[in-house]
Ligand binder design. Sequence first.
Ligand code: M6R
Length: 611
Amino acid sequence: MCGIVGYIGREQAAPILLEGLSRLEYRGYDSAGVAVFDAQAGALAVRKAKGRLQVLSDQLHGGADLDSTVGVGHTRWATHGAPSDINSHPQVSRSGKIAVVHNGIIENYAELKGFLQSKGVPFVSETDTEVVAQLIEYFYDGDLLAAVGRVLRRIQGAYALGILCADCPDQIVAVRKDSPLILGYGEGCNFITSDVTAILRHTRSVGYMEDGELAVLTREGIRCCNHLMQPIEKEIVTVDWEMDAAEKGGYEHFMFKEIMEQPEALRRCLSPRIREGEIVFEDFSLDQDYIKNMRRIYIVACGSSYHVGMVGKYHLERLTRIPVEVALGSEFRYMDPIVDDHTLVIVISQSGETLDTMAALREARRLGGHILSIVNVVGSSIARESDQVLYTWAGPEIAVATTKAYTTQLALLSLLALWLAKRLGTVPEEDFRSMLAAFQELPDKMEEVLSRREDIQYFASRYFNHDSIFFMGRNIDYALGLEGSLKLKEISYIHSEAYASGELKHGTISLIEDGTLVVALSTYSGLFAKAMSNVVEVKARGGSVLALTVEPRKAEMAQTADGVMTIPDIHNLLLPCLGVVPLQLFAYYVALMRGCDIDKPRNLAKSVTVE
Ligand code: M6R
């Protein structure tokens, strides 16, 4: 997804912009560009290139070719117009006086483009962003802020904008609506960025722009104002993420590093919340009356976060006896959902910026739901728009394929289910105690799974050249299969589907032929016998079965399956948290053996901020 970095200071801007953009590469992009104010020429210099950032960097000799101390940079993930040099950002106005970098989508760009064309303004790109640059110039009469203000009153959609004007060489103008933009406060220099990791090397003091806000950055400071152009004071907060937490730390891929970090991430997420035999949510509380009168729970999310919700539904309904609906963020607002003020809406998102999830959140709020979000990125849009937030504290997740965010979301949602059950009185004290003990065992048991990763590597070497792999399971194992299948397909490009095992005979079984690989998930002991029957059905049709079960069931499963992956036994509530780890490793090793670009799978972005 697109990334923005802007710098104004006393050092050369271009190398800082390129380095900052390199920190955003993980978000997924197809082209990159920078614009700086060239003092000698008295004009803006814009350089853009399709492809990896390295292409641009090589063209600019690491930035040395551009002599300037102010500029903006961008990595683009195409929405309007194919990836190309011309469509890359910064987009410039016809005279070259205004340059704009933009994340988001200008929804009424066609209408505005038509208007400008009718006034004789020529367009060179297919982007919606060019409209912003051209419109600013159209309104510009020597007062940049007035022109930007007039543009903001006309554009609709989502935008984080970084704007340079050749007539104002000592400032950057920044604007935000529905797309994240962060201000960085340095010594004699200031920054804008769409993601704090891009500027952490330079400053840890940041301010999060709110919707409708505008900021003017100079070397000396940052002035902010609201949508009425009235001055506002921005709260400056200190980011405490360590720089090396955003680096690979010696691992070949971020994804592998993040898989290995999971026990630690779980400790960070869970330990402060389990104290003296109780669940303590210091960061959140719900009124007891509200809990008692809750009639329905909605879980809304996309991708892997949605899969967390699928597991969560089983846990929440079992523990609280409250009906739970799980909805895709992209579907929610179009399905006329039944939400009222007795509905708790749990919004799950790693990035906190997924546009579909955000839109669902807003719809749920409009209908009167109480919004509780489970988010990883602190200060992200979803976190800020929720009534309450539970942070997963998994640390920055860089690989496109989520791993530690998934397990921490799942652990936290499971803990929330248990907390609600306790408040509702729907869980016997003894069960509560044993479940809480399981949470405390989880990180160590996960370490055990990770220490046996060579077993999974072996299975990957046996099956990495399959064209199609199916996952099947029942109940929580079905929900787990959805995630295992997504993980595999997104990074290895192997076709994969997940099925509820019971559905096999209703159609899917026709796909099973000699050698078809089925990953049979059977961690849930209560349904082990049923899982075995499905394994037999697959074997009877010539399929190969790679099973996942708990250690005590290994021998039994090995009598029928071709291979068995295991996890230590743990309370049902936490089986999917442990069970997902062999599936993550399987996907990782398979992708590695197929030579795939693991951290940046084709066509994918880390944070999907368009519909
Ligand atoms: O940041 P979010 O959790 O809202 O992202 C949702 C999905 O885009 C994300 O989980 C996606 O499916 C991942 N690539 C899965 O690994």
